[in-house]
Design a protein around this ligand. Structure first.
Ligand SMILES: [Zn+2]
Length: 198
């Protein structure tokens, strides 16, 4: 895939007005996570990725709970939902910390795709990145945007995913995420590790 290069975007991101911090609610009441632990996990992501995200809300009543063990296998969405007009994420399946984290990152992937991914990079994803990559998951094969949201989640959680079909097996997608989305920023995986080990 070395022959395909990702379009250049300005190195200084366009000035994004920093909006109010994301409201996190409902997790402490449910109990699998505390609201402040979710806030801590958000710190692994560049601020620009969650800029404008109004609310992350636990809505566990929407999901029939089947409590199972923590496994290093991302669940199949929809375990949550992102409403782009309200910039609001709902998490429905709270049956494990792992599922909550996977869903949260998938939905943040939608927020980033809808509001922050530069147009040239969206077009590149739709025309080249997505069709030329093997989707990281079955759900990621739904369409380009779901493919992006899944790739986003797999990229951030990659060190914790044991299955072979991780993003490592789709090097171009890994490259796209590292370069175009995370702008070569290194992530502090300790925050995720701490969150999972509670
Ligand atoms: Zn989705």
């Amino acid at each position: 895939m070395g022959a395909i290069s990702i379009p250049q975007t300005p190195t200084t991101p366009s000035p994004n007005k920093q909006s109010a911090p994301t409201l996190v609610r409902g997790f402490s009441e449910e109990g699998t996570f505390k609201d402040r632990e979710i806030e801590a996990v958000l710190k692994i992501l560049p601020n620009s990725h969650i800029n404008g995200l109004a609310c992350i809300e636990c809505d566990f009543m929407q999901h029939s709970l089947t409590r199972d063990n923590l496994v290093s296998e991302p669940p199949i969405p929809p375990m949550g939902r992102y409403y782009p007009d309200r910039k609001h994420i709902y998490i429905y399946d709270c049956s494990s910390r792992w599922k909550i984290l996977c869903t949260l990152l998938h939905e943040i992937g939608h927020h980033y795709y809808q509001w922050h991914l530069e147009e040239v990079l969206i077009n590149f994803w739709i025309e080249k990145g997505y069709p030329l990559s093997k989707p990281v998951s079955k759900y990621g094969a739904t369409n380009a945007e779901e493919g992006f949201a899944e790739a986003y989640m797999y990229y951030v959680l990659e060190p914790f995913i044991s299955r072979k079909e991780s993003i490592q097996s789709t090097p171009f997608m890994l490259y796209y995420m590292a370069r175009a989305v995370f702008k070569d920023r290194l992530l502090d995986f300790n925050l995720i590790k701490e969150a999972l080990e509670q």
